[in-house]
Write a protein that binds this ligand. Sequence first.
Ligand code: F6P
Length: 352
Amino acid sequence: MAKRIGILTSGGDCPGLNAAIRGVAKASYHLFGDAEIVGITDGFGGLINAQYRTMGKEEFSGILTLGGTILRTSRQGKATSGQNTGKYLDTFKAMAKNYEKMQLDCLVVLGGNGTHAAAGILALQGLNIVVLPKTIDNDIFGTEVTFGYQSAVNIATDVIDRVHTTAISHSRVLIVELMGNTAGWLTLSAGLAGGADVILLPEIPYTIGSIADVINDRYESGKHFSIIAIAEGARSVSDDVNQNLKGKHYSVGYKLADDLLKVIDIDIRVVVPGHYQRGGAPCPYDRVLATQIGVHAAKLIEQHRFGRAVAVKNGVITSNKLSDVAGKTKTIPLDAPLLDVGRNIGISFGEA
Ligand code: F6P
């Protein structure tokens, strides 16, 4: 009987999802010959509601460079977040039941932190699961890098590069607010690559005074502009850490501008590229990484190694036990070498 491999994408989309789907499918056809790939649509929503179809080989051609996900995705919020599993046990039971109904031998799930947590619970229910690390946030525990991240770094860097022109021409402060959820990886990398003067991260609470000092010092030394890269999860030392600053239209960039205008007299503009950062084609690095990760998933299936989360360690594609990484987040350690590099070239992280 053919090996039936279910596949779904969950959480926010990102560049490289289709490249990874293609990698899983092509390697499965290669390794098993008679593999059947069952596409489950709309993320875990599709598993809950049994939305699936056996896909044709041709569906995996021509998608390497395509952004988004051909399977579509969704956020199921608390129901599959892994928190309060007891309350949502019925949801997980429904997913397990549909897995049986689809006659799957295993399920490949492409997702971020929340997805890893939900997949961990499904694995405990006896499903044969392999999880692939996708997200522009690069915050998945146990892997050095996720696919989607490098593409977003490229886009965010381009934004910072481009706003330099206006900042210099108009002698302005340009604040660029970047995504990343509760981790600062995207902002740190793009900020360094784009030559930001100040980089504000969720991991390091900032003070308005220290940022104003940087801007004033630069002005006095003849540099009449400044570029600030701020992560959407960044906080000032006086912000309530328990306050949810990720309300629907909340912008830490505009809040920072308001606070700075109380203490400095320089024109400020704010740029929030938002979902632009995860749109469009994956960069070549992500195409290769996502393909490697997809092929590795097929090999895990071949070896009957389930309950695994594919990861990159020391530059090598490998996997972690899902239960070791599910529900954890990788933020920037305060002794991260890149922070030291930044400080050594005069970048301020907004500390007092
Ligand atoms: O996890 C990816 C991400 O883009 C985060 O950086 C951001 O906080 C969040 O998703 C935005 O989610 P949504 O697309 O649901 O608004």
